[in-house]
Design a protein around this ligand. Structure first.
Ligand SMILES: Cc1cc2nc3c(=O)[nH]c(=O)nc-3n(C[C@H](O)[C@H](O)[C@H](O)COP(=O)(O)O)c2cc1C
Length: 366
């Protein structure tokens, strides 16, 4: 049993899920100023195996397991996260203006399912605050910044296309020079003004047109609603084609609840999207279909959704993901999960005769 599972998790799980999340982020933020903590954390949680070193969209990663967006929404805990042995850290989603997100309660645990229901609605401190915080940060791990349209709350009037596009443009302008990559979240399942707008043909292209004059020096990834319909994926790829800065994709959570067997109905009926184990197979199907259709020389897939073990990560890599992200596993298993996945993944790669992660990417299609 790990230190996290015996001591930390029981304490955090006494609190409601959002309060526990808040304490975890602030705990990391404040712990990082205690002398020696960063060093000890590194010693305990970092792992090094050359077989895991990889390159995606021109970025070098020590290994292919990173933190997904939504844990450190405003880049408050970067120093500690940097010491936790992650392959990359994606902060956000950050919006042009700060947002309170949706009314509380808005995060629920489903321990029997290894899942959570999330209805945060993108609370964050806004692009100005995040830009000034991350500007002074010099870490060892690549940082992705995930950008989204500001959520003005459930009762805000609908905004027009220009407002939506300007919101993304402003955040990208403020944040791109502080990031190793940008992730455009076009698919938040629980806020107005995003997912449905980008489902309309041509709107992704309009956004990319807005960003083009910035001459972005960092690769841009698009976080999409999960779908595996060939026509929709082909339309997406056509819209991205002429924008060279677009280097890949990630799938967000489905807005409808996946099949779950044991979670109590009272919880399953809560508003929000399910993250964790129950979404893994749906997202794996999307990764496989996109990998079949995309130009693999140019694009890479970042796979997130229900990764708890080395085998889960390996499955996503074999289906076509070049990099894998975790979130819900951090809640249930704690930060040592990254090292455990890395050790297991290195063994799986070697068992199957792969000398690198890149060699294994898409190998299920051969
Ligand atoms: C509590 C919570 C908050 C999240 N917030 C965001 C967010 O702000 N932006 C985003 O792009 N994804 C967000 N996500 C989605 C994750 O980045 C990830 O895509 C998803 O949780 C699947 O990974 P998992 O099954 O390992 O949790 C959030 C997920 C959770 C659980």
């Amino acid at each position: 049993m790990s230190f996290y599972k015996t001591l930390v998790r029981p304490l955090l799980f006494q609190l409601n899920a959002e309060t526990a999340h808040h304490f975890a982020v602030e705990g990391c933020r404040w712990a990082s100023v205690v002398p020696g903590i960063i060093h000890v954390t590194r010693l305990c949680l970092e792992s090094h195996d050359p077989v895991l070193g990889t390159e995606v969209a021109g970025l070098r990663f020590r290994h292919p397991i990173g933190l997904a967006a939504g844990w450190d929404k405003s880049g408050r805990a970067l120093r500690m996260l940097d010491a936790m042995g992650l392959g990359a850290i994606e902060i956000g989603s950050v919006s042009a203006r700060s947002s309170q997100g949706n009314p509380k309660p808005r995060l629920f645990r489903l321990p029997e399912e290894h899942a959570v229901i999330v209805n945060y609605g993108l609370p964050n401190e806004g692009a100005d605050a995040v830009a000034s915080r991350v500007a002074s940060y010099r870490g060892r791990v690549p940082i992705g910044i995930n950008i989204v349209k500001t959520n003005d709350g459930p009762h805000a009037p609908a905004c027009d296309a220009d407002e939506i596009l300007s919101d993304y443009e402003r955040s990208a302008r403020l944040l791109h020079s502080h990031a190793d990559y940008l992730m455009l979240n076009l698919s938040c399942p629980n806020a107005k003004g995003g997912r449905s707008f980008f489902a309309e043909p041509g709107n992704i292209e309009r956004l990319l047109q807005r960003l083009q004059p910035m001459q972005l020096q960092v690769p841009v990834f698009l976080k999409l609603a999960p779908h595996d319909e060939p026509a929709q994926l082909d339309s997406l790829l056509m819209q991205c084609d002429r924008f060279e800065f677009v280097r890949g994709f990630c799938f967000n959570l489905p807005s409808t609840k996946p099949k779950m067997s044991v979670a109590p109905e009272s919880l399953v009926d809560k508003p929000g999207a399910v993250a964790g184990r129950p979404v893994a197979s749906l997202i794996n199907g999307c990764i496989a279909e996109l990998y079949r259709r995309m130009d693999r020389e140019r694009y890479a897939i970042i796979g997130a959704g229900g990764v708890f073990t080395a085998q889960d990560a390996y499955d996503k890599i074999r289906l076509g993901a070049s990099f894998v992200q975790i979130y819900t596993a951090m809640i249930y298993e704690g930060p040592a999960i990254t090292k455990r996945i890395c050790l297991g993944l290195a063994e799986l790669l070697k068992r199957d005769g792969h000398s690198s992660v890149t060699q294994a990417v898409g190998s299920a299609h051969e």
